[in-house]
Design a protein around this ligand. Structure first.
Ligand code: UT7
Length: 354
């Protein structure tokens, strides 16, 4: 058959073209937590791999962190306008309205479409798929996606199981319209959920379920709760299965992956996922040691950390996988793009509490 006169148009895709992270300056070490809680630095490091995390200052909200990360991501991409701003978060400034319009306004992006994604720790991967969809459908040419959480505002500071895991932070990417065969093209994706596991991770009060009840909520119900052991098992199983599904969709094998970047939940979980996938430890990207579990911010923060340290290089294959409340899970495969500028997320003039 003769070749067509013109090549068929290549598939339109979303291309990662900017990346940044931002952490609030206050550093809280395990030693600091053990002054208040019945715990030790040794227990926390051996059970979670975490040594320290960052906490927002009193009065600082998720939008403040999100705007900082967003500003840096726009700078990394070398752009000052986008068509949509998407904020993935479990800790919005308010239950109504969404946080994204406020962030867009702070960044001088008034007029852009702006909305939040609520998929707990899977929010960033859901956000990537949503942004990719907006671009593929020609609703947007450029999208700013931010994962931002201030878990310190919803975790009970006296709950030793959860208070030691979570930290605050924000990570952001800019996606632009391009072609599926360009470095930085996001996808394939796998996304999933199982609402039967709602009670494993929740904030019981503050929503319509509690507000429509005749009795007022107990103070404790306003805090984040998690059945850690069960969540641990689900996290390993779901992230491994989702990563495998994504590899199959992309007609790839684990061995083709240069870097696995999982949601930074707990070092033991991350190691188990890498091992189950048959990946050597050096292909596992982690920064949980220095930031803890930062929810929807964790994957972009880990990417920004690895890219700023030149651990990830242009042309390498990167597999993202996440698991969180809902239950939700998701994975995304991409080839790493050449990014010109990435600020290290720790360059925030950090201060450590005595
Ligand atoms: O981001 C969304 C997804 N989240 C996750 O993936 C988190 C998943 N879960 C975890 O990371 C772990 O389950 C935790 C880090 C939360 C807890 O670790 P664990 O190894 O599962 O501990 P455990 O809850 O089974 O508790 C073991 C023991 C208990 O004592 P007993 O009953 O054996 O006497 C706890 O009371 O450790 C005790 N414990 C602590 N001890 C010292 C729990 N927290 C602490 C603590 N310090 N901070």
């Amino acid at each position: 058959m003769p070749a067509p006169a013109t090549a068929p148009p290549r598939d339109r895709a979303a291309i990662l073209c900017g990346l940044a992270g931002w952490l609030p300056p206050r550093v809280v070490t395990n030693q600091k937590l053990s002054q208040r809680l019945d715990t030790t630095d040794t227990w926390i490091r051996s059970r979670t791999g975490i040594s320290r995390r960052h906490f927002a200052e009193p009065g600082q909200a998720t939008s403040d962190l999100a705007a900082e990360a967003g500003r840096r991501a726009l700078r990394s991409a070398g752009v000052d306008t986008v068509d949509a701003v998407v904020v993935a978060t479990t800790t919005p400034d308010r239950s109504c309205p969404a946080t994204a319009p406020l962030v867009a306004d702070r960044l001088g992006l008034t007029g852009a479409a702006a909305f939040d994604i609520s998929a707990v720790c899977t929010g960033f991967v859901y956000g990537l798929a949503t942004a990719a969809g907006l671009i593929a459908a020609r609703v947007a040419e450029r999208v700013l996606l931010i994962g931002a959480d201030t878990y310190s505002t919803i975790v009970d500071p006296d709950d030793r199981t959860n208070a030691i895991i979570f930290g605050d932070g924000a990570g952001a990417v800019v996606l632009r319209a391009g072609h599926a065969d360009e470095p930085g093209a996001v996808g394939h994706f796998d996304l999933g959920s199982d609402g039967a596991g709602e009670e494993l991770i929740m904030v019981a009060a503050g929503g319509s379920r509690q507000r429509s009840a005749s009795a007022p909520a107990a103070a404790q119900d306003h805090y984040f709760s998690m059945r850690g052991k069960e969540v641990f098992r689900h996290a390993v199983t779901r992230m491994t299965a989702s990563a495998r599904t994504t590899l199959t969709l992309a007609d790839s094998k684990a061995d083709d992956i240069d870097h696995l970047v999982p949601h930074q939940a707990n070092l033991r979980i991350l190691r188990a996922v890498a091992e189950d996938l048959g990946l050597p430890p050096q292909r596992l990207v982690t920064n949980v040691e220095s930031v803890g579990n930062t929810g929807a911010a964790s994957i972009p923060l880990a990417l920004a950390d690895a890219a700023a340290k030149h651990t990830i290089h242009a042309g390498e294959r990167v597999l993202l996988t996440a698991f969180g409340g809902g239950l939700t899970w998701g994975s995304c495969l991409l080839t790493w793009p050449a990014l010109t500028r990435i600020d290290h997320p720790h360059d925030t003039g950090g201060t450590q509490e005595p």
